[in-house]
Design a protein around this ligand. Structure first.
Ligand code: ATP
Ligand code: MG
Length: 390
């Protein structure tokens, strides 16, 4: 029996005149994410996206890819049948055979979007339910709390059979909210931050600061793998790797130790911002959460923000570590994040960083050396590569 993937719009359905643009972006993203699963035809109608395979398709992989593409609230994989009550009843018995075998109680729920269909929903449910009971005599009808609900949707061209919607990725399609540069460390928080902004439609590129030989090649590769882990949600990502060693050594040698961390973060922001601007991005994104570590106190955030002219988004700002970990497990970045590799932030870290830095003192410390030239050098030396969909 032929199958289809049905994606039910969430937030997109509420868009006014712009709805069409969002739907088109969603279909464009689906097309890209599902291209290795076979050929599909995409159609939209009444806040639903229909993805019909043309010829052979890997439906398991396609459903997985579609369920990670932002833009739909719910997803289901359904059998396609004709709008004929006897055919529907026959096909339900075949398509749902495994689940019907396993269940003790069931019900049939019908939705009739095509009002020309001659049966009303309760009649259709009764007719199909009766046929199911004949074929699966162990079953009992339970309308309140059945083990299994067989759904029948009578839509414009066909009827569809499935056993329920699953939650989809939610959000709005990547690319509909501009472009942003994610500061991606090897930690737990920043991949989650990237995922969250992509969910709000931001097209993400990643930037990573590496300090060889203090940080290893394997540490950089770990971050590339994290970047790759994000691609089922974000699509292909540009990955910028900044040579940060010279700047960090200069900071070690020329700035007061207690300001090392805060000034280093300001340098990261300055570099990221320059590269972001040059490549048409409108914002920076970090995984900061207020109060988590010394560099994320309110005072430190004020000082980092002052180094940035574009909006800096910190979607994890109000989240507890446990909440961030929960998301990171769900999106499958956690296992890589906890691999024990060094990060440039842990190189030369002061014993007593200032937790309440004054911006004026930070600026004064910064002015003591020509860090700007090193910032420009780091921008010049940055390498970029495209990380393809996993
Ligand atoms: P994470 O878990 O994301 O590493 P963290 O709790 O370790 O965060 P910090 O090390 O203070 O916190 O970093 C705060 C934010 O700064 C990170 O979330 C990330 O966005 C950015 N960041 C830190 N180190 C790097 C790096 N080496 N390259 C790029 N961005 C970085
Ligand atoms: Mg970190």
């Amino acid at each position: 029996m032929n199958e289809i993937i049905l994606l039910k719009e969430g937030e997109i359905a509420l868009k006014g005149l712009n709805k069409r643009n969002f739907e088109e972006a969603f279909i464009r993203n689906l097309r890209h994410r599902m291209k290795d699963c076979g050929e599909f035809e995409y159609r939209r109608d009444q806040s639903m996206i229909y993805c019909t395979p043309v010829g052979d398709a890997d439906m398991d992989a396609a459903v997985l890819a579609a369920s990670r593409t932002f833009g739909a609230a719910a997803i289901c994989r359904a059998g396609i049948t004709e709008k004929d009550v006897y055919k529907i009843a026959e096909d339900v018995c075949v398509y749902c055979a495994k689940e019907l075998d396993r269940a003790r109680t069931f019900k049939v729920a019908c939705k009739r979007s095509d009002k020309h269909f001659p049966y009303k929903s309760p009649e259709l449910s009764a007719e199909v339910g009766g046929r199911v009971l004949e074929k699966f005599p162990h079953l009992i009808v339970d309308l309140k709390e059945p083990d299994l609900t067989v759904h029948i949707e009578i839509r414009d061209i066909n009827a569809y059979i499935h056993t329920g919607n699953r939650p989809a990725a939610g959000g709005i399609p990547v690319g509909t909210s501009g472009r942003g540069m994610l500061l991606l460390s090897g930690g737990i928080d920043s991949p989650v931050a990237g995922y969250m902004m992509a969910k709000r439609g931001v097209d993400i590129s990643c930037i990573h600061f590496a300090a060889p030989p203090y940080t290893s090649d394997r540490a950089r590769l770990k971050v590339e793998r994290l970047c790759e882990r994000l691609t089922p949600y974000t699509g292909d990502n540009a990955f910028y790797c900044v040579p940060f060693t010279k700047l960090q050594e200069a900071l070690r040698d020329h700035c007061p130790e207690e300001y090392f961390t805060i000034i280093m973060r300001r340098m990261m922001i300055k570099i990221a911002q320059k590269i972001a601007k040059k490549n048409g991005m409108q914002c920076l994104i970090t995984g900061e959460s207020v109060g988590q570590v010394a560099s994320q106190t309110m005072g430190a955030i004020v000082c980092t923000d002052a180094a940035c002219e574009m909006p800096m988004f910190r979607p994890c700002i109000g989240m507890d570590k446990t909440e961030i970990i929960e998301v990171s497990r769900r999106i499958d970045t956690f296992d890589i994040s906890i691999e024990p590799y060094e990060d440039c932030c842990t190189v030369f870290t002061p014993k007593h960083p200032k937790t309440r830095p004054e911006l004026s003192a930070v600026l004064e410390a910064e002015a003591a050396y020509d860090f700007d030239t090193l910032v420009d050098e780091a921008v010049e030396g940055t390498e970029v590569k495209v990380i393809k969909r996993e």
